[in-house]
Ligand binder design. Sequence first.
Ligand code: TXA
Ligand code: MG
Length: 348
Amino acid sequence: MTIIIDAKEGIDYKKLEKAALILREGGLVAFPTETVYGLGANALLKDAVDKIFWAKGRPQDNPLIVHVSSKDMLEMCAEITDERVYMLIERFWPGPLTIVLPKKDVIPENVTAGLSTVGVRMPANKIALELIRLSGIPVAAPSANVSGKPSPTEAKHVIEDLMGKVDVIIDGGKCSFGLESTVVDLSCEKAVILRPGAISYFALKKVLGDIEYSKAVVEGLTGTVPRSPGMKYKHYAPDAKLIIVKGRIDKRIDKINEMKKKLEFKGYNVGILCFYETAHNFDSQYKLILGSMFDAKECGRNLFSILRKFNQLGVDYILCEWGDFDLEFLALENRLYKAAANNIVEVL
Ligand code: TXA
Ligand code: MG
């Protein structure tokens, strides 16, 4: 049975303490963070962590992020390699930044999928922080969705995916960022961004000096490389086939309308994913708006819930317009390309 705790209007400490106890004793608790909802288990208990993989249907070789509520908890889980770690946590924690460091032995191998490193993050969401603090243990938590589906940014998405499979779901309303944390690897000399997120390359560079993107991030974004190792599993995928149509605004609008016509002629239901500014160019009952093309934050907040809305509409295809946007859109673009499994039509 799954208990749902409504914390949208604030924290009821009695209820949160109960959830914290369940978590500490090996249960599964889904909770809101500022990025996406997490599916938490006691990171010190191998059996509890196994339940996460079972509930999500997650491949065993994909490591989990450990969530902490204090510097002491970080030091319990990971070797602090150098001053850079403290510089980062001073500047960005609590917040949407995961730092990969050499792991300590208290963290069971299934948390890190056998790797010698562990990703650690201190979430900024008050409910998440208090839940971890009250439980008194580091909390392993991937996004609280069924593996391969869009990440959950509202409790109803978690309910849709995991009802009956977890002990508690805490409803804290909509997530403020809506895209997962930036993951930076500090386990080697050179700092590497493994996943782009709300904390940008430039913000990290300001603190660290030297930093680069991993090959997987860069290749994923060029869309030319068929499948890097990180792309071997489905990610964020809606039920429909998502195709990104990228190019100059007038050209991509024409191309989408042309593709839509052809697909509809074949009897398919075609969804359109567009911006406020371009929406009037598309005539469709299955049209959803990501946000303003000048507001990366708004679009980022909406992406995952919109991908889920298309599932409800029951479309066969989603045609999504895209352009050459600036770096603020990078994290969003990274997720969108993955959701489309790099199905991109470029119009010049
Ligand atoms: O914002 C977030 O990070 C959310 C919330 C719940 O905190 N969590 C999240 O977890 O996105 P998940 O499991 O969906 O994604 C974790 C990512 C994966 O891409 C995983 O490969 C990477 O972090 N990761 C975790 N530990 C790692 C490690 N030791 N080395 C390299 N990558 C790691
Ligand atoms: Mg995930």
